[in-house]
Design a protein around this ligand. Structure first.
Ligand code: 5GP
Ligand code: ZN
Length: 146
């Protein structure tokens, strides 16, 4: 039995809410959705992240993005595709996956930054009016990046 969470989901050992499957890829709803549509698309063959992704797998993932975006009704309105890679990319499950997010007008940080605190008007001024380094320093102090 694999100890990889997504390999176990693909094998049906752990239940998931499947939205699409073909011979190369498996897609299911994220357990902690960051948007009305939040689907994870994964290759059936285990690979840790995009660094191990071959061309055929990349093509299969891209094809699946199009199929699922249409199936979920977000192809026309637009959506976001993200693949986190490694420590600084905030990857938390080490089986290559693509997040497909949509179903609302996404903010810049949707699907990327979690636990954004409420900020007051003065602090907002730092982000909207400050220099890039001031804004980045503020965000690093106040926003937890998973
Ligand atoms: P990452 O942080 O690696 O880019 O994304 C991993 C994603 O997997 C997260 O968005 C997380 O919510 C999702 N996830 C973690 N465990 C499970 C699970 O058991 N089932 C499902 N459906 N999603 C999961
Ligand atoms: Zn795996």
């Amino acid at each position: 039995m694999s100890d990889c969470l997504f390999c176990r989901i693909i094998a049906g050992e752990i239940p998931s809410n499947k939205v699409y499957e073909n011979d190369r890829v498996f897609a299911f709803r994220d357990i902690n959705p960051q948007a009305p549509v939040h689907v994870l698309i994964v290759p059936k063959k285990h690979m840790d992240n995009v660094l191990q992704c071959d061309g055929e797998t990349a093509a299969a993932l891209t094809d699946a993005v199009g199929v699922i975006a249409r199936q979920e009704g977000v192809a026309a309105s637009g959506f976001r595709v993200i693949s986190n890679c490694g420590r600084d990319g905030a990857q938390s499950v080490n089986h290559l996956h693509v997040h497909l997010l949509g179903g609302k007008a996404l903010q810049r940080a949707d699907g990327i930054i979690h636990n954004v605190p409420r900020i007051n008007r003065d602090d907002a001024h730092i982000i909207t009016q400050g220099t890039a380094s001031e804004s980045w320093a503020f965000c690093r102090r106040n926003i937890k990046v998973l």
